[in-house]
Design a protein around this ligand. Structure first.
Ligand SMILES: Nc1nc2c(ncn2[C@@H]2O[C@H](COP(=O)(O)OP(=O)(O)OP(=O)(O)O)[C@@H](O)[C@H]2O)c(=O)[nH]1
Ligand SMILES: [Mg+2]
Length: 213
């Protein structure tokens, strides 16, 4: 759900995957509800943000970092992974290599991301096999297996072109981030950098200090 209200939390979400899988179109569709055929390949990384309301009524600002899939920008793109609370690992259902390459994108994340960060697998361009079944090169079971094996989230196949399942995927990711952050706060575990400290959390920390001293 969109909101023009204030927000309580800021979540940094990075988008990664091979060139041409549709990362920029996913971001553009989700943030601006458009699909620009003329959009150029990303150079380095691009930023966009949106305030959303989670199903529990909490407003969060999601800051997307859309990175280039091109190896030549890897130094720049990797520098944007730091401090991310979530990641969209995107592949193209009509190109098996983009699925195989998830492993190497994932390995880069494992090197950098906080262990509490949440990763969601996003199979994109499902509109193509929906229209031409022979163009499908990766079946949904593969994504499911991958997500289970790598402990990732997965909420089904998506299409930036037809705006299918993106909202659910991104908003469920944010809800998972929220739940994990709350658990960390309650257990007194230091959370990833860059997360705004809320009034509730300050009160909680004060109470903890008082009862523990
Ligand atoms: N049919 C279809 N085409 C899509 C979809 N999403 C993106 N595309 C097309 O895929 C191509 C690449 O999309 P981008 O969003 O630029 O891909 P990217 O992952 O950002 O690529 P890099 O910036 O080079 O890493 C473009 O021609 C888009 O029109 C989709 O959901 N369905
Ligand atoms: Mg791009």
């Amino acid at each position: 759900m969109e909101s023009s209200q204030n927000f309580e939390y800021v979540y940094k979400v990075i988008m990664l995957g091979d060139c041409g899988v549709g990362k920029s179109h996913i971001m553009q569709r989700y943030v601006g509800d458009t699909f620009d055929e003329e959009l150029d390949a990303t150079i380095g990384a691009e930023f966009s943000e949106k305030i959303i309301t989670l199903s529990n009524g909490v407003n969060v600002k999601v800051q997307f970092w859309d990175t280039s899939g091109d190896e030549k920008y890897s130094a720049i793109t990797k520098s944007h992974y730091r401090g991310a609370h979530g990641a969209l690992l995107v592949y193209d259902v009509t190109d098996y290599h983009t699925f195989l390459n998830l492993e190497s994108w994932h390995a880069q994340l494992e090197d950098t991301l906080d262990k509490y960060a949440k990763i969601v697998v996003v199979p994109n361009k499902v509109d193509i096999p929906n229209k031409y079944p022979r163009k499908r090169k990766v079946f949904i079971e593969k994504a499911n297996e991958y997500a289970k094996r790598k402990n990732c989230l997965f909420y089904g196949e998506c299409s930036a072109f037809q705006n299918l399942n993106l909202r659910k995927t991104i908003e469920k990711l944010c809800e998972e981030i929220y739940t994990t952050q709350m658990e960390c706060i309650q257990k007194g575990i230091k959370k990833p950098e860059g997360l705004k400290i809320t009034r509730e959390e300050k009160i909680y920390q004060e109470r903890r200090k008082r009862c523990c001293n």
